[in-house]
Design a protein around this ligand. Structure first.
Ligand SMILES: C[S@@+](CC[C@H](N)C(=O)[O-])C[C@H]1O[C@@H](n2cnc3c(N)ncnc32)[C@H](O)[C@@H]1O
Length: 200
């Protein structure tokens, strides 16, 4: 991430925004369960809020320095920090009740890799488990903010079919000043398979 992110994503104002506006809206009607995985925690604005709402929180962060800082902060608590890329998760299938990814997909350089991350989220969720996520919308300001950094914003219009294609059902996509999404791994694998077939 570039210096703009170092300033904004570590700021109390960003943490407050994530914790008072984004996460409460995403989880209003969602049961996170006991075991949750967060993808791309960065400096931990969402991690700090989520860890008080589940029994065990795992977080996978590709940036070694960011992962090391979080691991030191949460050592001995209910947060496990893993360094690695979320497009190849180390967890077996059906490991989590919920998965979250916030403001991270636009940092993933290709559509194929973003889809791979969504597919991995689906794989590690238990049947009936839920994915919650959010991301910034494309804009010229956001593009400038990402000078010399990866900038691959998510097209909200394609998110429903992309989530269905990797096997999610009950997909909700909300577009306001950002995009928020909620999707469920079907309890009945046939449901996910037919949703994926219909969206291809
Ligand atoms: C803009 S930060 C957002 C951090 C945090 N989720 C938040 O909302 O404040 C995006 C984070 O995603 C991480 N990231 C990017 N690609 C990733 C991948 N393939 N696997 C795991 N983390 C990734 C980046 O290293 C960065 O820490």
């Amino acid at each position: 991430m570039n210096e703009n992110h170092a300033k904004v994503c570590t700021s109390p104002e960003w943490a407050q925004y994530i914790q008072t506006e984004v996460l409460p809206a995403l989880t209003r009607d969602v049961d996170l369960g006991d075991r949750m995985l967060e993808i791309g925690p960065g400096p931990g604005a969402a991690t700090e809020w989520l860890r008080t709402r589940v029994t065990a929180l795992s977080a996978v962060e590709v940036d070694q320095a960011a992962a090391a800082l979080l691991a030191a902060r949460y050592a001995g608590g209910n947060v496990e920090i893993v360094t690695g890329s979320a497009d190849a998760l180390m967890y077996p299938a059906n490991s989590f009740d919920s998965v979250g990814c916030f403001t991270m997909l636009h940092h993933v350089p290709t559509l194929a890799l973003q889809n791979r991350i969504l597919a991995e989220a689906q794989r590690v969720l238990r049947p009936g488990g839920v994915l919650i996520g959010s991301d910034s919308l494309a804009s010229s300001d956001l593009h400038h903010f990402h000078a010399d950094d990866t900038y691959n914003p998510v097209d909200p219009g394609s998110l429903l079919s992309r989530l269905q294609t990797v096997g999610f059902s009950q997909v909700t996509v909300i577009v306001d000043e950002i995009v928020k999404f909620i999707a469920v791994k079907p309890s009945d694998p046939e449901v996910g398979a037919s949703a994926a077939e219909e969206s291809t």
